[in-house]
Design a binder for this molecule. Structure first.
Ligand code: URA
Length: 228
């Protein structure tokens, strides 16, 4: 990790403030002064700022209940960012693990641990995501068979991986998929001649949504480790 990033991740300083300390020759790695923030810090190095040894903040893992008309990005654009709902320090360091569309509600995971994110979203992980889907038309038996087998989405060379479907009522189903392609759920139902009217994510792996709309909480150790 770069030295300036290390300083930001172990103090409340931002990059600009960190660079002032660097330029003032107040930062050492293994007792040697460094002024260049791009220098790499390795696991066994001891970094100190004004003679105080720095240790990295532990990674953070959160879940939140995303409302409709919000964006899974770090900035407000057409809609407000979901990060407006989170009151933690340095929230610009957090990212979303598997975005939802602006109109989709439900479970969103956030973290500053990139390798944890990779474990969840890498196709090889086959991590199950459960969506509650409200449909325009009643789902036919033929459509269920097709979705369970895999359907071709426009622009892709291969069919989607097999999905699980639990029919809850004429126009409401629970869909479990292991992929996370752009607008995947909406495109899957479109591929069988139906339309998604409302979409809500209930579960990712072993983590279930259990907070009210707009609320968030930290994940438990069991939840964090369930993805390893
Ligand atoms: N699939 C979609 O189409 N939209 C989402 O927000 C998530 C999955």
């Amino acid at each position: 990790m770069r030295l300036d990033k290390f300083i930001c991740k172990s103090t409340e300083l931002n990059r600009t403030e960190a660079s002032v300390f660097l330029q003032n020759r107040q930062v050492t790695i293994d007792n040697e002064i460094f002024t260049n923030g791009a220098v790499q810090v390795h696991e066994n190095n001891v970094v100190a700022l004004e003679d105080m040894t720095l240790t990295l903040r532990p990674f953070r893992y959160l879940l939140m209940h995303k409302p409709a008309s919000t964006l899974c990005s770090n900035v407000d654009e057409k809609y407000p960012s979901i990060f407006n709902f989170i009151n933690v320090n340095k929230k610009s360091e957090l990212h979303v693990v598997g975005r939802l569309d602006a109109d989709t509600t439900g479970l969103v995971l956030m973290t500053d641990d990139g390798s944890w994110t990779y474990k969840i979203i890498t196709p090889g992980a086959q991590c199950e995501k459960v969506y509650r889907v409200y449909l325009r038309d009643e789902l036919t038996v033929d459509a269920v068979i097709k979705l369970e087998k895999g359907v071709m989405l426009q622009g892709l060379d291969e069919p989607t991986l097999p999905a699980k479907i639990e029919i809850l009522s004429a126009n409401e189903v629970l869909l479990t998929i292991t992929q996370g392609k752009f607008h995947q759920v909406k495109r899957m139902f479109r591929a069988v001649g139906n339309r998604v009217r409302r979409l809500h994510r209930e579960k990712i792996g072993q983590v279930s949504l259990d907070v009210e709309l707009g609320e968030w909480r930290y994940l438990t150790d069991i939840e964090i480790n369930s993805f390893y």
